[in-house]
Ligand binder design. Structure first.
Ligand code: NDP
Length: 276
């Protein structure tokens, strides 16, 4: 059972990664990011999820450096943006991200979206970065089963993680099972459906039963499904609330209630049909 914010999963290459992390999508570059990341670190989060396209890697890097927490105690994920996909361009984009993050070695680098015609070359670049010791783990984001299969067909290094939209309205059961079978750790983005899941009556009721908020119920659900999760908030009390999820447990019945909420409904783009 996952019982502390320090608890980690072991990725398929042996690297430990905290189950619960902190996301910074749509957090303004600069001061807002620095403050949010500092608050998250103070609250005990030790995994931060950013991306080149969020344009806030520099704020993440500054906050981490100024926190005084040893670099090796913090797990940093960033992502290769679509416009930079391809072999040489991916290597260059990685260098730029590292400069902004002010670090020498990254923990996890993900291909942000499966850009058709380019993600295989991008994967080869990530494999080079991994073999050169510049990143401790490499993975995917927004990859459907058929995209992952393409990668597995050509890869020398099996992806460690697939970060996808995942919440009760989008349970992604087939993708989840495929990832489990292939030892690829699933990670939830928009674990709160970007706030849209929080007034679902069943979740409100489960919250009342456990003395927790619907957000805490959802984060706990991810953890009990052994899905990595990275809720985002810039609100100080929510940053703390979202990590107070280790003092209760959802029963099998509770889990089944949440499982019944799936509608295959996305809040974000469809990975098989996006134009950016
Ligand atoms: P989330 O599901 O984490 O929801 C964030 C929203 O919920 C914000 O509006 C936040 O408001 C609100 N919120 C947070 N906590 C609470 C709470 N306890 N009670 C009520 N409202 C709450 O959505 P994200 O899209 O941000 O996903 C999380 C992370 O996943 C991102 O930050 C990013 O790191 C990653 N991501 C990855 C993507 C990818 O393509 N790989 C795509 C999208 C996200 P407020 O901040 O105002 O408190």
């Amino acid at each position: 059972m996952i019982s502390s914010i320090k608890d980690c999963t072991k990725l398929n290459n042996g690297l430990e990664m905290p189950w619960l992390g902190f996301g910074v999508f749509l957090v303004d570059p600069g001061e807002e990011t620095e403050l949010a990341v500092k608050r998250a670190l103070d609250a005990g989060y030790r995994s931060i999820d950013t991306a080149a396209i969020y344009e806030n890697e520099a704020g993440v890097g500054k906050a981490i450096q100024e926190s005084g927490i040893p670099r090796e105690d913090i797990f940093i994920t960033t992502k290769l943006w679509n416009a930079d996909q391809g072999y040489d361009s991916a290597l260059k984009a990685f260098d730029e991200s590292m400069k902004k993050l002010r670090i020498e070695v990254l923990d996890l680098y993900l291909i942000h979206w499966p850009v058709v015609g380019r993600y295989l070359d991008s994967w080869k670049a990530l494999e080079k970065l991994y073999k050169d010791g510049r990143v401790k783990a490499i993975g995917l984001s927004n990859f459907q089963i058929h995209h992952i299969q393409d990668i597995l067909d050509i890869s020398e290094v099996v992806p460690t993680v697939n970060q996808v939209e995942f919440h009760p309205r989008l349970r992604q059961i087939d993708l989840h099972n495929f990832c489990i079978e292939n030892q690829i750790q699933l990670q939830a983005w928009a674990p709160l459906a970007q706030g849209k899941a929080l007034d679902i009556p069943e979740l409100v009721k489960l919250g009342e039963k456990h003395g927790k908020s619907p957000a805490q119920i959802l984060i706990r659900w991810d953890l009990q499904l052994q899905v990595l999760t990275i809720p985002k908030s810039i609100t100080p009390h929510r940053i703390i609330e979202n990590c107070q999820v280790f003092d209760f447990e959802l029963s099998d019945e509770d889990m089944a209630v949440i499982e019944s909420l799936n509608r295959d409904e996305r809040v974000g783009p469809d990975p098989d049909n996006f134009d950016f």
